[in-house]
Design a protein around this ligand. Structure first.
Ligand SMILES: N[C@@H](CCC(=O)N[C@@H](CS)C(=O)NCC(=O)O)C(=O)O
Length: 214
């Protein structure tokens, strides 16, 4: 069955791989599933045809036959549960991998998104200068905790899993701020994720879309 995802016709990052279709592409590449991409413009994302797929008018969406999904956590988990490669066989290890995936989107990503809000969306507001150090502090606390848990391990819990895929994807969003590189354990962890051939294929595909003439 054909899998179709949506992605920005032109990502605001110009193809640095930070838009969230990249994590879905990466999951599909890890399990070896072919997929198609339907690029959408910012205007089309808010129109009824796209809102029928994604109630919040965002990307990515995931279509597979009659199934339509939104939210990258749900999409990536759906892929991981149905195809070998991203979840361990052992039931407890599986549950822990899923826990790390939720930790990535629920605990680590929110302060990182706050930074984007403080710097870009609210960059011209009078509270920016006061807010920024608070947000950066919250991110540094999370990174210190994550780094302490990872320690010298290659991945968060045994072999590479959906938990690492999501955690690396979330941490990558921090790279432009310079904060990630200040935590060498996590910078190296993210680099290991990026070095995976499946990530490379996902990255190259989103870059090709973002640099293709419109
Ligand atoms: N929690 C959602 C967030 C989706 C999201 O924020 N997508 C961004 C692109 S990375 C988007 O569509 N932004 C445009 C908008 O919100 O109008 C997920 O993980 O799928």
């Amino acid at each position: 069955m054909t899998i179709t995802i949506t992605a920005f016709e032109r990502s605001p990052d110009g193809g640095k791989g930070l838009s969230r279709d990249t994590r879905v592409r990466w999951a599909l590449e890890e399990v070896g599933l072919p997929y198609e991409v339907r690029p959408v413009s910012f205007r089309a994302m808010k129109e009824p045809a796209h809102l029928a797929l994604h109630p919040f008018g965002q990307i990515p969406t995931y279509e597979e036959g009659e199934l339509v999904l939104f939210e990258t956590g749900s999409i990536v988990l759906h892929i991981a549960e149905r195809h070998p490669g991203l979840l361990p066989e052992d039931a407890n290890a599986r549950a822990r991998a899923i826990t790390w995936m939720f930790a990535a989107v629920n605990t680590v990503e929110p302060p990182i998104l706050e930074l984007v809000t403080a710097k870009i969306l609210e960059g011209d507001k009078p509270w920016r200068a006061e807010r920024l150090p608070l947000v950066e502090g919250r991110i540094r606390d999370r990174l210190a905790q994550l780094s302490a848990r990872l320690g010298k391990a290659e991945w968060l819990d045994g072999a590479f899993s959906v938990g690492d895929l999501m955690m690396v994807s979330v941490l990558l969003r921090l790279r432009p701020s310079g904060i990630l590189d200040q935590v060498p354990t996590l910078a190296a962890y993210v680099a290991r994720g990026e070095a995976r051939p499946a990530y490379q294929r996902a990255f190259d595909a989103q870059l090709a879309l973002n640099t293709k003439p419109l």
